[in-house]
Structures are given as structure tokens and as C-alpha cells.
Design a protein around this ligand. Structure first.
Ligand code: HEM
Length: 157
């Protein structure tokens, strides 16, 4: 059983790495697509900016808003991530603000829900976090990334 699980995990990781390699190869072959992806990522940091649509099981009131049974509910985590009522300097990239903070990404704090929250939150959260941390750590450890030519940081926006 343990072997079977380890094999499955290896295969899954292989799929992830293969996919990442193919994506990067194709992006290098198509610089205009790479630019488009980079621009889009810069604008939409959350992987799923609107989460997956859900439906209300029953009538309820959230924060003074009445939500009728069977309404389709779409959570805009992109907007929540930029809400000045939830974040200081909401438009700025300050990862240090999480040092010593009790806000996590696992759906326990509604200011930050990159994996959703509740019963239908992302079941791949642990794999997602591990792969992203590993990839980013490797890429940043091995290379000094910089803008090409004379491009300025604000040229992205
Ligand atoms: C950094 C990586 C990932 C992010 C940011 C992410 C984000 C999300 C989000 C926002 C949802 C919707 C949750 C909601 O609507 O409440 C979701 C659902 C889901 N994710 Fe992920 N995900 C990631 C990686 C993965 C991985 C690696 C897997 C599988 C191996 C996975 C499988 C799923 C599945 C099956 C659902 C649907 C769950 C349901 O509807 O009950 N995700 N994910």
C-alpha cells in the first residue's frame, strides 16, 4: 500500500514537472504568448480570481446582504486581496507583512482564500503549496531574475 502510494505520488509529481517543462518550452518558442501570460499573471495574482461558483443551500444573510436559496455565489478573491479595509497598502507587494501574522492560506481567514474555504475548498492544497514553494525556491535560488533590456518595473502594469 505504502509502495503504491509512493509510486502514485512520484507519477503525479512527474506529471506536474513534465507539464511545467512543456509550458516553459512552448513559452520560450512563443515570446508573444509569454508576454501575454506574464501580463495576465501580474494583473491576476490569485490562480482562481473568482473561485468556482457555488450555490446557496438555503436563504441566509451575510454581512447584511440577503442571499436567496439556490442563488449562484461567486467569491471575488482578486478584489478581496486588494481591499483596503482588509489590508494596509493593499496595492503593494509586501510579503513580509505575513511574518508574525496568524492569517493563513487554508481557508480559515476570509481576507485570504487562494484555495477557497469550507467543504468545497481545494483538496490539492498541500500538493499545490509544496510544488509552488519548491519551484519558486529553486528558480530564485539558481538565477538572478531581472527585466530584459531597459524595461522598468512599472512597464508591466
Ligand atoms: C497552487 C495550486 C492550487 C491553487 C491555488 C488551487 C486553487 C483552487 C481553488 C480556488 C479551488 C476552488 C475552491 C472553492 O471554490 O471554494 C480549487 C478547487 C479544486 N482543486 Fe485546486 N488549487 C491548486 C492546486 C490543486 C492541485 C495540485 C489539485 C489536485 C492534485 C487540485 C484539485 C482541485 C479540485 C479537485 C478542486 C475542486 C474541489 C471541489 O469542488 O470540491 N488543486 N482549487
Amino acid at each position: 500500500m505504502a509502495n503504491c502510494l509512493a509510486g502514485h505520488a512520484r507519477a503525479l509529481n512527474g506529471h506536474i514537472i513534465n507539464t511545467i517543462e512543456w509550458v516553459l518550452s512552448e513559452l520560450m518558442r512563443h515570446p508573444q504568448v509569454m508576454k501575454k501570460v506574464q501580463k495576465e499573471l501580474e494583473m491576476l495574482h490569485p490562480v482562481a480570481p473568482l473561485l468556482i461558483p457555488h450555490a446557496a443551500n438555503e436563504d441566509c444573510t451575510v454581512n447584511g446582504f440577503h442571499i436567496q436559496k439556490a442563488s449562484r455565489v461567486i467569491i471575488n478573491v482578486w478584489a478581496i486581496g486588494r481591499d483596503p479595509r482588509a489590508w494596509t497598502d493593499a496595492e503593494k507587494f509586501i510579503p513580509e507583512s505575513f511574518v508574525g501574522s496568524n492569517i493563513d492560506v487554508r481557508g480559515n481567514h476570509f481576507e485570504l482564500m487562494p484555495f477557497g474555504s469550507g467543504r468545497r475548498r481545494c483538496p490539492g492544497i498541500q500538493l499545490g503549496l509544496t510544488v509552488v514553494q519548491l519551484m519558486v525556491a529553486q528558480l530564485v535560488h539558481c538565477f538572478d531574475w531581472e527585466h530584459p533590456n531597459s524595461m522598468l518595473p512599472n512597464d508591466w502594469i
